[in-house]
Write a protein that binds this ligand. Sequence first.
Ligand code: GLN
Length: 316
Amino acid sequence: MKTTQTRPTPLVPPPRLQPDSLSRVETIAQLVAWAADRFKTAGIDTPHLDAEVLLAHTLHISRSCLYSRLQEAVSDSQKTNFQQNVVRRTKREPVAYITGRQEFWSLDFQVNPGVLIPRPDTEIVVETALRLLASSRITAPRILDIGTGSGCIAVALATELPHAQIWAIDKTQVSLPLAQKNAHAHRVGQRITFACGDLFGPVQPSAPFFDLLVTNPPYIASPVLDTLQPEVRLWEPRAALDGGADGLDFYGRLLYDCPDYIRPGGWLVAEVGDRQKDAVVQLGHKQRRLRFQMYRQDYAGRDRVVVFQKAADVEQ
Ligand code: GLN
């Protein structure tokens, strides 16, 4: 016969563990260790870094300043604020949404959950655009940014090109005040016109006008979205990520329409997703007024940016 073993009841109840208690945690060094531990348990890739960034943010000091004050104690209210930020991060909210900031092109951008967090990969779009303009010696280009989000591409280009006129469109209304704020913070607000609409919707159809069109469109295939890391899947705006069944919805429409807006000899510089380059180039081949010009890889060696040029020798 099988006997069931019952556990002996302890005479003295074990002490209640309070893993989230901060009562014995006093110094900056201890707070970082405490938070990093929680982040590790939550499956976060960079627990220590995130703990430092969030503590520096909470204390309104830089990360380097944190190192010189490791043994200092913090006030109770600072502890409470930090704890709240740590809880947000353990729910996999991205650090950038908690701090409200993200660096891009060595510039500080405000971000919120209404916009995609600027990625280092997207700097390749900026760099490619600058090279094309420099090689053709266009000093006062007219540029159109489609799907501007936080405004990072438009603002970065404007800071590099003091004579550029830029138009920036986004289909989500909520992103535009933020993009505008970023443009003003970097003193380029006067040279960027922001508008809300789908694709080229807000641009008056006239003679092809733009020297350059830049875009980081939504390009994740819908079925892949739910497999992405929680920071992206749960927090970043779907509208900025979801590129339809194969991720290519946006490119089809863009490549079909863009020659009406780009002057002959002008360029389209588009970010593409992992392994999408060939499909996007194929879509471009269907448009007889565009020539595929080149692609660029990101820092991880993935094809990341595709460049088309509008033929100089075709009728409008
Ligand atoms: N680069 C982003 C990511 O991989 C996607 C951005 C986009 O769809 N444009 O999460």
